[in-house]
Design a protein around this ligand. Structure first.
Ligand code: ADP
Ligand code: MG
Length: 147
């Protein structure tokens, strides 16, 4: 399935969606997450990590741009680029090696580094719609290939 829209009504549903994505993820996959603060990017990421078989605690790397997990089925590189003010700062993180590497790379706030995203990636956009409830999320997936 190429593009998909999934609606969730609580954090666990978003986590489970992530888990399904993580279970289907392949070596070299790149996942670009966009959406406002508090919309559930990290919740989805935690599900993806669980789906990869990672049993460590996965949080938003607030003060580090990259958190690396090696305990799952594939290496998992979790970027949160919220604090990036210039894409050139990404060079220091080893971003290019990770994104073109053998693991699964996920980028929260990927819209901030759009010009250095690879040619192919799964794009996931999360939006709230307060008319539908505080915990409602509309999750749009492009290039859903693996799920
Ligand atoms: P982000 O990483 O996008 O800033 P977080 O994942 O850290 O956001 O936080 C999302 C917050 O929203 C969590 O407190 C979570 O419990 C809550 N939440 C409520 N409903 C949902 C939902 N449907 N999907 C994901 N998170 C939800
Ligand atoms: Mg986050």
């Amino acid at each position: 399935m190429e593009n998909k829209i999934i609606e969730t009504n609580n954090a666990n549903e978003t986590f489970l969606l992530g888990k399904m994505i993580g279970e289907g993820a392949k070596s070299g996959d790149v996942i670009a997450l966009t959406g406002d603060l508090g919309c559930g990017k990290t919740v989805l990421t935690q599900g993806i990590a669980a789906g990869l078989g990672i049993n460590e605690v996965v949080n938003s790397p607030t003060f580090v741009i990259l958190q690396e997990y090696e305990s799952g089925r594939l290496p998992f590189y979790h970027f949160d680029v919220y604090r990036i003010s210039d894409v050139r700062e990404m060079d220091e993180t080893g971003y290019h090696e990770y994104v073109y590497g053998d693991g699964v790379a996920l980028i929260e706030w990927a819209n901030l580094i759009e010009e250095i995203l690879p040619a192919e990636y799964m794009q996931i956009e999360i939006k709230k719609d307060l008319d539908k409830g505080f915990d409602y999320r509309r999750i749009k997936i492009k290039n859903a290939g693996t799920i």
